[in-house]
Design a protein around this ligand. Structure first.
Ligand code: CAA
Length: 291
């Protein structure tokens, strides 16, 4: 199947990442089946996309008819059964190994033979996920970055059994979405999560040890290294729970260098998940501003 045949994309998971992926796919002119556990969640995902598109219209970066057309291309659906109509599927659920394994089995059942299934996992082995399906050669990683509409990178992950055509298709799709794809081997944390987390976890350990405040550590990386955002503010943006999930996985896959600091575990246990919960390493106002 070539890129021209990809008319309908199934996106499983209507949260921060799935919603962002749905937005860029719809803006790129393709139809999206946006699935979550139930219709209400899937509709909430589309509402979030509507807000994102409205902002672009406000800023004069998108006209109203294009906004309406993009939004109309997103069809919220309850569950992945509707993916029988999909020409390509992207799984963007919570970063949890057992959940993703289960969803891979479901997607394999739901999608037509020959359809490529991509996982937006930020760290989990694609080989492992592919092994849950009857089509491992058609399973790849497609790791988008947060916020999806803004960040240009997509890591396309190939595993030893990937069909080069499936990898090429994911690369072509990322390209069509205006992203810059890189192809990465199936190593734990791929390229971006492994490096990003190394910095994030060390910054947390430094807060724990009283080396400097979260704000000053972030300023060090912003002004000293030219990063657009410091590692702790970024952790708040991505979600402390998401980073903890990746750290636990990388600890088991690579070793203790990725062991999550106690401060991270404690904050997650307290429900301090970052921007989405109103508090992480910073506190956030309801309209998403850092206090
Ligand atoms: N959705 C859509 N657009 C957004 C956005 C969002 N969530 N957040 C910011 N933007 C847009 C803004 O509207 C603004 O657009 P204009 O230039 O058109 O006005 C632009 O992005 C810049 O935003 P701001 O001026 O508000 O602030 P900024 O210059 O600090 O940029 C940022 C914000 C783009 C998020 C920037 O700080 C940045 O690049 N941060 C680093 C992000 C990063 O490292 N992401 C990777 C996370 S790790 C990951 O995703 C892996 C994983 O699996 C966990």
């Amino acid at each position: 199947m070539g890129i021209e045949a990809l008319k309908t994309i199934g996106v499983l998971g209507a949260g921060q990442m799935g919603g962002g992926i749905a937005q860029v796919v719809a803006q790129g002119g393709r139809r999206v089946l946006l699935a979550d556990l139930d219709l209400a969640r899937a509709e909430r995902g589309r509402d979030l996309v509507a807000k994102g598109l409205a902002k672009l219209v406000e800023k004069g970066k998108l006209d109203a008819p294009s906004r309406d057309a993009a939004l109309a291309r997103i069809v919220p659906v309850a569950g992945m059964e509707a993916f029988a109509e999909a020409d390509f599927a992207i799984e963007a659920a919570t970063e949890n190994l057992e959940l993703k394994r289960k969803l891979m089995r479901g997607l394999d059942q739901a999608c037509r033979e020959g359809v490529t299934i991509a996982s937006n996992t930020s760290s989990i082995s694609i080989t492992l996920l592919a092994a849950e399906t009857s089509r491992p050669q058609h399973v790849v990683g497609m790791h988008f970055m947060n916020p999806v509409p803004v960040m240009k990178l997509v890591e396309v992950v190939r595993h030893p059994g990937s069909d080069p055509a499936a990898v090429a298709l994911a690369v072509a799709l990322a390209d069509k979405l205006g992203k810059t794809p890189i192809v990465v081997a199936d190593a734990p944390g791929f390229a971006s999560s492994r490096l990003g987390l190394a910095l994030g976890l060390e910054a947390m350990r430094m807060v724990e040890q009283g080396v400097a405040s979260a704000a000053d550590i972030d300023t060090a990386m912003k002004l000293g290294y030219g990063h657009p955002m410091g590692p702790l503010e970024l952790t708040d943006l991505v979600g402390l729970d998401v980073r903890l999930g990746i750290a636990d996985y990388l600890t088991s896959a690579i070793g203790p260098a990725f062991a999550p600091p106690e401060i991270l575990r404690a904050k997650v246990a307290d429900g301090k998940l970052g921007k989405k919960s109103g508090e992480g390493f910073y506190t956030w106002t309801a309209d998403g501003k850092k206090r």
